[in-house]
Design a protein around this ligand. Structure first.
Ligand SMILES: [Zn+2]
Length: 202
């Protein structure tokens, strides 16, 4: 699981060129002045090596990215989108993507659901929070109650379709965080009670 190619399993980067940038997010040049950076300890007591500009001495911090999405549900069914873009083109996913600056996690999840599925829905509670430390990401999924079963997917999606638990293409899911979220969703649904699940993806 730990090799390079498997990053795609948990990484929701798209399009492809962004994906490859994400494979190596290492900062090499200063965002302030463009000079090369060096890896060293800042002199403020920080204990981690940081990318520090060799010219203007700006310290650059590299932090995880948030991926936000929804579990859109309609009766006993859940909406999945067939990806029309790499990575994992042709595989099924819950609507999700990178959070943008200036939006909340819930707003980002709703935006992705509108963009990828063209769905009508009401946002509900936070459902899963998954740390994917290996790729420097945190994935958050909200439940969302569909108010229509008519979808108008955008260019990132080949097909948007409702699935019962039995119909879910478990072997054709794009990402492990999607599989984990769906498993928790149907387990909670059977139990008749939804809660928030926070866990780590190794
Ligand atoms: Zn600089």
């Amino acid at each position: 699981m730990a090799d390079w190619l498997d990053l795609g399993q948990d990484c929701l980067c798209y399009p492809t060129r962004v994906h490859f940038m994400m494979f190596d997010r290492t900062i090499r040049h200063c965002r302030q002045c463009g000079a090369p950076v060096a890896r060293r300890l800042p002199d403020d007591g920080d204990t981690k090596l940081r990318a520090i500009c060799t010219a203007c001495h700006t310290v650059h911090y590299e932090n995880p990215l948030n991926v936000v999405g929804t579990v859109p549900h309609w009766g006993e069914k859940v909406l999945l989108c067939k990806r029309n873009i790499e990575p994992r083109k042709g595989k099924w996913t819950l609507p999700a993507g990178f959070m943008e600056l200036g939006e909340t996690t819930s707003e980002g999840a709703a935006r992705e659901t509108t963009e990828e599925a063209g769905a009508q829905f009401i946002m509900e509670d936070l459902f899963t929070v998954m740390s994917v430390a290996r790729v420097g990401q945190v994935h958050l999924y909200y439940r969302a109650r569909l108010t229509s079963d008519v979808f108008d997917p955008g260019h990132e999606t080949m097909e948007a379709r409702l699935f019962t638990e039995e119909e879910i293409p478990w072997d054709e899911l794009a990402f492990r965080t999607v599989k984990e979220t769906l498993e928790h969703y149907f387990a909670d649904r059977r139990a008749g009670h939804f809660s928030t699940h926070a866990f780590d993806i190794a």
